[in-house]
Design a protein. Structure first.
Length: 626
């Protein structure tokens, strides 16, 4: 067995690999960029080596530095994770040439599957059913157009070197083909440095079904059943599950056999995934599932397979890389229950899924889920990498159980002030078609706005938030804020229910049968964070006369709402007394004075008159008088 391992990746997948390595008694070496100097994966490893500046091109994508780091620390093997260099055959070769073990397939297998057209040809030769289309050498626009006409619209133009949902264009009519081709080739040139394309029949009511395969260096290949990844946005997976709902024994047998055949054709060793596209307009049928591509690495969604098979896929990778045979034979593998994974991203669905970067002041994960993450409270989501916060994975006896557990966890998750897609995921998991397993890759787009906008919590929830906050429960209006938005809500008559307190969390007695919100105290200024159906809001009482916000906490006065600084009444170093006016903020067309929470000295003054501020922006910090 390998004794020491360098992980050429970051974030949740680096932490995930370190966890299994530790279990197996393997020494771990992390690598990191400037932005990741204090990242969780760095602190989790036994050793860590700085490999460059924050942009991935200057660190995580620089193969020589990673190999040098392995040499310098005496690591025997390199695990590439997913993304970055994981499907780079030259890097795999360089690792081997340096006398290190590559935890992955042979570089030739990576190369054979690296271009979609070559991979499809290889599969065709191996008699694996492939998506109908054109894979030819002739890339003249005339020929491509003629082939598209022959295939029949709609068609999908795909960059052969594409990945991550990029370099694809759907074309619905012959007249649109030329423009779509040009734009696809432009994207392919800039993203992959290769303008070659293939053309596929666009499958209607498409379902993405993929099969986990595993090979060893003794010629054994098994499959670990299928996953369904049809919940996609812009061809990128959002929710994945295993097994695929509605897959009968015959269809499962056919697709898993095809996957093993495909892996065999690629002389596959290690973990891989064969992706298929299914025409699900009339359920799943063996003769309507076609090979799409192979990913020669561990997949983001591998945990759902682990949950239903009980196999630790990273452990298998390390054993196979050490030359051991696969730990289990095909007939020893079976499906147990149902598992679902949701990808939690720091992004704002209501704003076109714009990444939401910054410090995770509050991050509290739920308990039903396996949480694979690379961050913790206090970590920062930087603009340099994929803004994934975590993957939440639940496992139940049935699909319904797994969905219910995941929804419950999403409604409990607290993230602040960074915004996430948790509310979006919560609603998607509650969608009636999703629950009925009426899946296809267009579902999210069809739902439009309804999935994107987080509803505001109701008056009863707000009253309870204030009650718990210990702020004046007789307040007439509330200020509710998230990101750039603020709301002022009038209090509606609400019956107070009993509360039970455990730690910093409060759960309302659900005897009235209502969905309960959860509350969390803001660590800086003591405001209430209200978690409602996946979305976290900041709630304070609106006391326009007396001033809002500015609960005690550590003396940090944060903006209770997004707004504009009207005036600043103090200067840095000035002594202030409790209740003294520090500044005036205009928000929601009303002015609010922010007051000193206790006697002390203005330690930091970060507000300037006229400036626009976001909710939670630090305005003033008062240091308590001794
Ligand atoms: P999958 O088919 O498994 O979803 P993709 O081919 O879509 O995989 O690519 C994986 C995605 O993960 C890429 O978009 C890549 O940018 C992203 N990625 C790569 N490394 C990391 C990481 N360490 N943490 C989070 N995301 C990553
Ligand atoms: P990538 O390398 O970016 O992962 P894929 O070839 O795996 O590219 O396709 C990504 C997604 O695009 C699929 O999961 C599916 O949703 C959609 N897609 C791909 N091919 C087709 C097709 N022929 N018809 C309909 N949808 C497709
Ligand atoms: Mg793919």
């Amino acid at each position: 067995m390998i004794q020491s391992l360098l992980i050429a990746n970051r974030g949740e997948i680096a932490c995930r690999i370190i966890r299994t390595a530790r279990k197996l008694g393997i020494r771990t070496v992390a690598v990191y960029s400037d932005a990741d100097a204090s990242a969780l994966h760095v602190r989790s490893a036994d050793e860590a080596v700085h490999i460059g500046a924050s942009p991935a091109r200057e660190s995580y994508l620089v193969g020589e530095r990673i190999i040098a780091a392995a040499k310098q620390t005496g690591a025997q093997a390199i695990h590439p994770g997913y993304g970055f260099l994981s499907e780079n055959a030259e890097f795999a070769e360089a690792v081997q040439a340096a006398g290190l073990i590559w935890v992955g397939p042979d570089p030739d297998s990576i190369r054979a599957m690296g271009l979609k057209d070559a991979a499809k040809k290889l599969m065709q030769d191996a008699r694996v059913p492939v998506t109908p289309g054109y894979l030819g050498e002739d890339q003249s626009p005339e020929r491509l157009q003629a082939e598209a006409d022959r295939i029949g619209y709609p068609v999908l133009i795909k960059a052969v070197a594409g990945g991550g949902g990029k370099g694809m264009r759907r074309v619905d009519a012959a007249a649109d083909f030329a423009d779509a081709l040009a734009s696809c080739q432009r994207e392919a040139a800039s993203s992959f440095g290769n303008t070659q394309v293939l053309i596929e029949k666009y499958i209607l009511a498409p379902r993405h079904i993929e099969v986990q395969v595993f090979g060893d260096s003794h010629g054994n290949i098994v499959h670990l059943f299928e996953r369904d990844c049809s919940m996609q946005r812009r061809h990128q997976k959002v929710i994945e599950e295993a097994p695929a709902p509605g897959m009968d024994k015959a269809a499962r047998f056919a697709v898993c056999e095809a996957a093993v055949k495909a892996a065999r054709a690629a002389n596959y060793v290690g973990a891989g995934t064969i992706e298929f596209i299914a025409d699900a307009s009339h359920g799943l049928h063996a003769d309507r599932i076609w090979f799409m591509e192979m990913n020669t690495r561990l997949q983001v969604e591998h945990p759902v397979t682990e949950a239903i098979t009980g196999v630790d896929l990273v452990e298998w990778q390390l054993r196979v890389a050490s030359g051991e045979p696969l730990p289990l034979r095909q007939e020893e593998l079976s499906i147990n229950g149902h598992a679902i994974e949701a990808r939690l991203y720091a992004e704002d669905p209501a704003k076109g899924f714009l990444p939401s970067t910054g410090k995770l002041e509050v991050l509290d994960f739920p308990t039903n889920s396996r949480v694979d993450t690379g961050v913790e409270a206090g970590s920062t989501i930087s603009p340099f990498y994929d803004p994934m916060v975590a993957k939440l994975i639940t496992h139940g006896d049935t699909r319904e159980d797994a969905i219910a557990l995941l929804r419950a966890d999403l409604s409990y998750l607290t993230v602040w002030p960074v915004r996430t897609n948790a509310g979006f995921l919560f609603r998607l998991l509650g969608d009636s078609d999703f629950r009925a397993a009426q899946l296809d890759t267009g579902l999210i787009e069809r739902r439009g706005e309804t999935l994107l906008i987080d509803p505001l919590p109701g008056a009863a929830d707000l009253t309870h938030a204030l009650y718990w906050l210990d702020s004046d429960p007789s307040a007439e209006t509330y200020l509710i804020a998230r990101g750039l938005e603020g709301f002022r809500l009038n209090r509606a008559p609400a019956t107070q229910r009993a509360v039970s307190v455990s730690g910093t969390r409060v759960a309302f007695d659900a005897t009235e049968g209502e969905l309960s919100s959860h509350f969390f105290r803001h660590p800086r200024d003591g405001a209430a964070l209200l978690v409602f159906e996946g979305a976290t809001f900041r709630v304070t009482a609106d006391r326009t006369e007396g001033g809002a916000g500015g609960a005690a906490g550590d003396g940090a006065i944060l903006a209770p709402m997004p707004g504009r600084i009207v005036s600043v009444e103090v200067s840095e170093g000035q002594a202030v007394t409790a209740g003294q006016k520090l500044l005036v903020l205009e928000a929601m067309k009303m002015e609010q004075a922010l007051l000193a929470p206790f006697d002390g000295v203005v330690e930091t003054l970060a507000a300037t008159p006229g400036a626009q501020v976001q909710v939670d922006a630090l305005l003033v910090k008062v240091a308590k008088a001794e």
